[in-house]
Design a protein around this ligand. Structure first.
Ligand SMILES: NC(=O)c1ccc[n+]([C@@H]2O[C@H](COP(=O)([O-])OP(=O)(O)OC[C@H]3O[C@@H](n4cnc5c(N)ncnc54)[C@H](OP(=O)(O)O)[C@@H]3O)[C@@H](O)[C@H]2O)c1
Length: 341
């Protein structure tokens, strides 16, 4: 197969190339594309150097599957034409996720969305993937009624620039732990990516604010995408998205209510055999998930399962997953595997 990785030089794209190799995806020819800025960069795949070219429709001609992670505005400029020309486009951006004809797929959760081999398949928002890997198996068991999600999202969710901004600020503030107890706001480093200081801080804003509702668009995406993926158009869902100074790995605190009573023991049993999930829930032994433990692995780690006080039909959970792997690159490659198996 002729496989293209568009946005190959980015945080997700580099993982995509690595995962194609790790999973022995049947690549006969690999086409690596990015913008003019990084054209000529060389990336290793199966022991050989491959040169990154400039994205164009010409460069995509004859490509069977394009794995895309180049941002929404760029995705809009080429995906419709490439799909019309016969390329299956699997896109990590939010550009087409809510389009009725585009599939929005987590293979462990809604593989049926790939029936009929849609030409445009979207990878959902990385935080909703982290949450739904835990919630969907419980929904199948007990019927989901409502969700409240609060996320703790790593800086790599904002791409390579986010990782660099955190690293630079940590270096600038190193040795200033005492002063940070009562900081002079004008001396705090503020970068272009996060808008407020991200080192030693948390920032309750990801993407822009919607003036009407006060939610950020990241929070709105989580709501819309959960309803589409679970085929629950009326799902009651509220979300809060927060950026934390973690390099890789998103975490989500989940409050879920169900159509019938469900115990912690039943939830553990369901999640112990759920695909894409590793149960990490043994509080007595200090076993519970954290983003650093989820970074670099394929599964979501789920634990801290508790009954909501006074409710036999409601649970609290904590889920962590690698936003660059399962939240983006791995999910895209798994979709390609389903479509071309
Ligand atoms: N990071 C995550 O956790 C995550 C998770 C889920 C989804 N996503 C989505 O995945 C996409 C990429 O994210 P990322 O974190 O990998 O960002 P990133 O590190 O900033 O990488 C962006 C990539 O897009 C390429 N690009 C930018 N403008 C381009 C253009 N005009 N033509 C061709 N290529 C262009 C860049 O190439 P240059 O090197 O040439 O600039 C780079 O390879 C975004 O849509 C993001 O929302 C990210």
């Amino acid at each position: 197969m002729r496989v293209a990785v568009v946005g190959a030089t980015g945080a997700v794209g580099r993982r995509m190339v690595r995962i194609l190799e790790e999973r022995s995806f049947p690549v006969e020819e690999l086409v690596l594309l990015a913008s003019e800025r990084s054209a000529g960069t060389r990336l290793r795949f199966r022991g050989e150097e491959h040169e990154v070219g400039v994205l164009s429709l010409e460069a995509l001609r004859g490509v069977d599957v394009a794995l895309s992670s180049c941002g929404s505005s760029v995705a809009r400029t080429w995906i419709p034409q490439a799909a019309a020309a016969g390329t299956t486009c699997i896109d990590n951006s939010s550009a087409f996720r809510m389009e009725p004809d585009a599939a929005l797929t987590i293979p462990e959760v809604n593989p049926e969305s790939l029936e009929g081999r849609p030409r445009i398949v979207c990878v959902p928002n990385c935080t909703i993937i982290t949450a739904l890997l835990a919630v969907a198996p419980l929904h199948r068991a007990a019927g989901l009624r409502s969700l409240i999600l609060s996320s703790y999202q790593s800086v790599s969710g904002a791409g390579q620039r986010g990782i660099v901004e955190l690293a630079e600020q940590i270096e600038k503030l190193h040795g200033m732990e005492e002063e940070l107890g009562s900081p002079d706001p004008s001396s705090l480093p503020v970068g272009e990516v996060f808008g407020k200081t991200i080192a030693y801080n948390v920032v309750a804003k990801i993407d822009r604010f919607d003036e009407q509702t006060g939610f950020t668009f990241e929070e709105i995406k989580m709501q819309r995408e959960a309803r589409k993926i679970l085929s629950l158009p009326d799902l009651e869902i509220a979300t809060t998205a927060v950026r934390v100074p973690v390099p890789v790995g998103h975490a989500v605190s989940i409050h879920a209510t169900f159509d019938r009573p469900i115990t912690v023991a039943e939830a553990r049993e369901v999640l112990a055999s759920a695909p894409g999930v590793q149960l990490r829930d043994d509080p007595a032994r200090g076993v519970y998930p954290s983003p650093l433990e989820a970074a670099g692995i394929d599964d979501a780690l789920v634990g801290r399962i508790r009954q909501v006080p006074g409710r036999d039909d409601a649970l609290l959970l904590f889920s962590c997953a690698d936003n660059l792997r399962k939240g983006a690159a791995l999910n895209a490659v798994q979709i390609a595997e389903h479509l071309f198996a």
